[in-house]
Write a protein that binds this ligand. Sequence first.
Ligand code: GLN
Length: 470
Amino acid sequence: MDLKTLTIKQARKDLDAKKYTAVDLVSAYLEAIKEKNSNLNAYLEVYNDVIAQAEAADKRIQNGEKGELLGIPLALKDNILVKGRIASAASKILENYVATYDATAIEKLKKSGAIFLGRCNMDEFAMGGSTENSAFGPTKNPYDTSRVAGGSSGGSIATVASDIALGALGSDTGGSIRQPAAFCGVVGMKPSYGRVSRYGLMAMGSSLDQIGPVAKTIEDAEIIFKVIEGKDNFDSTSKESPIEKRQNKKIIGVPRKILEEKGISEEVLKNFNESIEKFKSAGYEILDIELPRISYSLSVYYILMPAEVSSNMARFDGVKFGTLAEGETLTEDYMKTRGTLLGKEVRRRILLGTYVLSAGYYDAYYGKATKVRSLIKKDFDEAFKKVDAVLMPVSPTPAFKIGEKTSDPIEMYLADIFTVTANLIGTPAISIPSGFTTGELPLPLAIQLIAPYMQDEILFEIGKDFEKLK
Ligand code: GLN
């Protein structure tokens, strides 16, 4: 079997036709992991029971059980809980933390018969856009190992991009699935807020977080999505899938003004314009749209997200979770634990969040940002009256060099300019490979589609149309 060209869809056919067994399949992956992972640093842990999981799947296949993911090997982001296994969020503070229950997405995958190969590297607690904030070293980009894989789900994405997993789960609070997917040339999707249960996902920004699929093709991403989505009683913000599916009228909106933002690379722009032409050739109508307040997205995100982070991170005090770095007094315990076991970026966001929520500043920052958030949403609601989806770049540049932005947090935050909006307004969004840069080591490029709230299916439909054009 050729892991490079293998898709979930193909593996399903092969497994059902008994061309090979799940044990054969995972053995091939374990072999590939051995060869590639030490260089890429994509997996933090490869599980030691992969073969046993595959044997169980083979039994189910032999018994005639059907299921799209039965026997399919996937990789997991290290902030999603799997009962009895370590979930560290790539942080020293949780280095030895063992989850006591399954996340709902995991429970659904287990039922479907998917096999978990291991847990993947990420920015600590998902805070970052390059996986350089991991306490366990950065993940490298499979296309050029001097560059970042993106983040925060860099590990998950790199496993799929380097053929050491068939698909993966990531999480996306402000672009953490879509941006690394763009940097590594795979499909990454952030579902509508509430479409996939957040139960068992370590909270970063609770009003923004979503678990989502990573895969090589749109079809594969859709297969994973269908298994993990749905209302869940353990997450009161989760929702039933919509009964009324919007009809795809093949109209795509382009907010041209955002392309004037400084910092967009020539190659991203050129590729974006070429992608528009591709859509036209597939019979799509391209409509220029105005999203007057979209340019405030990044500022709003970097107020609301840290506010939620500061409150969510309060639980990591060394007592309830994880490791304790002991001091002389209780206050010293907290200071030492949080000061030594949490990384710099995590501490920065806790401070920022505490500040924007503090008395006297709350209205000026948090309150105002909340209002602007609804205005941005209103702009999109207007646009979606006319268009089925909005087309934007994913990232202003292709994958950057390891170390290039680590000394300047603002530079790093600016890279999130096109991805945070979908999280603020709760809409589904997807990153789709759209070509490569020219040059000695070509780097992947991607486009982003954003669909109306709860109309996640539209993204798969349009995505498949686009994929065919390559
Ligand atoms: N890069 C963004 C940030 O640093 C997004 C992170 C995410 O989606 N988890 O906040």
